[in-house]
Design a protein around this ligand. Structure first.
Ligand SMILES: Nc1ncnc2c1ncn2[C@@H]1O[C@H](COP(=O)(O)OP(=O)(O)O)[C@@H](O)[C@H]1O
Ligand SMILES: O=P(O)(O)OC[C@H]1O[C@](O)(COP(=O)(O)O)[C@@H](O)[C@@H]1O
Ligand SMILES: [Mg+2]
Length: 546
């Protein structure tokens, strides 16, 4: 109460500031509210730097008072604590770590000048949070800011670096390979750069290839990875033995969550053996399910390509009677591609993602909504992420099927929905024109677009700077737009998923107009089938059809 100087309707002009003190802690309330015991009253508090609004008032001891405490003064201290992210560093286990000046400092070339003014200090950090509630205590994590350091822990002339790509394809892999090579050669002068072929297994079972700027010059225009990739084949000891045998100092691993789990073990094993070897990862996954970083490379390109598939589906369904187009997009556990591509296209009527369970038949279910779309618009575009609705198509959980990397194999929800929708309407004697598009490999295999190319460049350069700075067991990526070094162990603890409380999901639902199909939203007693085309009386007799 002490902070309340004046309360009135928000429409009323506040009194002159000089007259406020006279009101002290008394709440001045318009007469009509006195009959109520409590009211959400739009009142405003005056602070030195402006007006803030809204508190609840209640009637106590013959007087209206503010029932909750006033917000703190703008000037009052916000409780904030900081923790530094524990990014492993060679100095943590090597006592005799020499340092060298960054090659920029030794060059006179004009082209280095803008860069050598931009060294990053070890005191520079990137904070994990930019949106705060000022009244809540904040526990913030500071990650080392990515970029070149004035002192580096390797003599660049003697460095041997190895680059490997693992897991599924993703637009931008070649750009990252190119930019790692270019940065190593042109910003540090590294000559011995090797490409490990076909993923982790290539460390111990394949010949390596030499990489240099000429070899990688035009590869960013190509999809896939010039090094090849694979799933499985991670053998910790054999890989570290190969690294030792070839005298490698820097290992650059381009891969997703599985790859980074492996890379974290590599880095730990190098630490255990006290090797002067850094392991850096550049996070890759088309599914965009890597936590902490803003997004993974290739995601923009994937959304752009996925939108083309949606456009095609829309064109098809617009030209045929009762056209229903199903587009199946990637996303094992996270529906980001489906969400963003649907939002960008604006022609999608329904988007199903792994994060949201859905009921197919019965009141409030998917089939009822399909009927609504057909009757109102004569067409429907449905986008489904591959990991959605696995309860309908999942393999027998007692004999879970895994791929070579240990990822769960998914049932085919796209074809299941195709058949389910088609047979439902056939039973009704209705003509529908079903169209099915699965652009998965077309999306994954393309070269990265312009914005991903720039993003890949930044990631690759950041990784090289981090390795020369002595960090190991780290991933690079932007946190709220600023590139940082993140411990691999933090990256692999969780998978990023679409946050259903986030406004991006609301935007999607607003754009498609789809209802909430989740089982909890279906009224009790309506779990069974119903006839979606008939009046309630008719539906009784035809319930068994759907
Ligand atoms: N938990 C793990 N520990 C060590 N290596 C792993 C682990 N999970 C996956 N890998 C290896 O990482 C590589 C890529 O993993 P995968 O899951 O296929 O792709 P991604 O890295 O894109 O998620 C494979 O060679 C696989 O054997
Ligand atoms: O056919 P593959 O190579 O098993 O890949 C299919 C999977 O790869 C993905 O593109 C993801 O791959 P990663 O886990 O390697 O990032 C998924 O979207 C898809 O389920
Ligand atoms: Mg993965």
């Amino acid at each position: 109460m002490e902070n309340v100087h004046w309360i009135g309707q928000s429409k009323e002009a506040p009194p002159e500031r000089s007259s406020m003190a006279a009101f002290g802690s008394v709440a001045v309330v318009p007469f009509q509210h006195k009959k109520l015991s409590s009211v959400n009253y739009s009142c405003r508090y005056f602070y030195a730097n402006g007006w803030k609004k809204k508190k609840k008032l209640c009637f106590q001891r013959k007087r209206w008072i503010v029932s909750s405490t006033c917000p703190p003064e703008e000037t009052s201290p916000i409780s904030v604590s900081f923790t530094s992210a524990p990014v492993p560093h060679l100095s943590h286990f090597l006592t005799d770590l020499d340092t060298f000046p960054h090659p920029f400092l030794l060059q006179d070339a004009t082209s280095y000048r803008p860069l050598n003014l931009n060294f990053i200090s070890e005191q520079d950090g990137v904070i994990n949070k930019v949106v705060w509630n000022k009244q809540e205590p904040q526990n913030l994590v500071i990650y080392p800011r990515a970029g070149p350091r004035e002192r580096i822990v390797f003599d660049p002339k003697s460095v041997k670096a190895a680059i490997v790509t693992c897991g599924g394809l993703c637009p931008g892999l070649n750009t990252v390979i190119r930019e790692l090579t270019e940065c190593l050669r042109y910003q540090y002068g590294v000559v011995d750069i090797f490409g490990v072929l076909q993923g982790y297994r290539g460390f111990y079972s394949k010949e390596w290839i030499r990489l240099d700027p000429e070899r990688v010059d035009a590869i960013h225009k190509l999809g896939g990875t010039i090094l090849g990739s694979s799933r499985g084949g991670f053998d910790l000891n054999k890989i570290v033995d190969a690294i030792v045998q070839r005298g490698i100092h820097q290992v650059y691993v381009i891969g997703g969550d599985g790859t980074i789990r492996g890379a974290a073990q590599l880095s730990e094993e190098c630490r255990r053996r006290k090797l002067r070897v850094t392991v850096a990862s550049i996070p890759k996954t088309i599914d965009n399910d890597i936590p902490i970083i803003d997004k993974s490379f290739g995601f923009d390109t994937a959304v752009q390509e996925a939108s083309k598939a949606i456009d095609a589906a829309h064109t098809e369904v617009s030209c045929f009677p009762n056209g229903i187009g199903i587009v199946k997009l990637m996303g094992r556990n996270s529906g980001f591609i489906a969400l963003y591509a649907s939002l960008s296209s604006r022609e999608v009527d329904c988007c199903l993602i792994p994060e949201v369970p859905f009921v197919i038949h019965g009141r409030g279910g998917l089939m009822e909504y399909v009927a609504k779309c057909l009757s109102e618009r004569g067409k429907m575009v449905l986008v489904v992420a591959e990991g959605a609705g696995q309860e309908y198509v999942g393999n027998d959980p007692s004999v879970e099927q895994l791929d070579a990397s240990g990822n769960k194999k998914l049932g085919d929800i796209g074809h299941f929905l195709y058949e389910e929708i088609e047979s439902t309407w056939k039973k009704q004697g209705m003509e529908v024109s079903m169209k099915y598009i699965d652009p998965t490999y077309m999306i994954r295999a393309v070269a990265s677009n312009a914005s991903d190319n720039i993003y890949c460049t930044l990631l690759a350069h950041s990784a090289v700077h981090g390795a020369f700075a002595g960090y190991t067991g780290f991933t690079v990526g932007p946190i709220h737009g600023r590139h940082a070094y993140i411990p691999m162990t933090e990256i692999v603890t969780a998978q990023k998923q679409v946050d259903l409380r986030d406004r991006m999901w609301s935007r999607l639902v607003n754009s498609t107009g789809q209802p909430d199909f989740s089982p909890r939203n279906i009224p009790k007693g309506f779990q069974g089938p119903c006839n979606i085309y008939s009046s309630p009386q008719q539906s009784q007799s035809q319930e068994s059809i759907l």
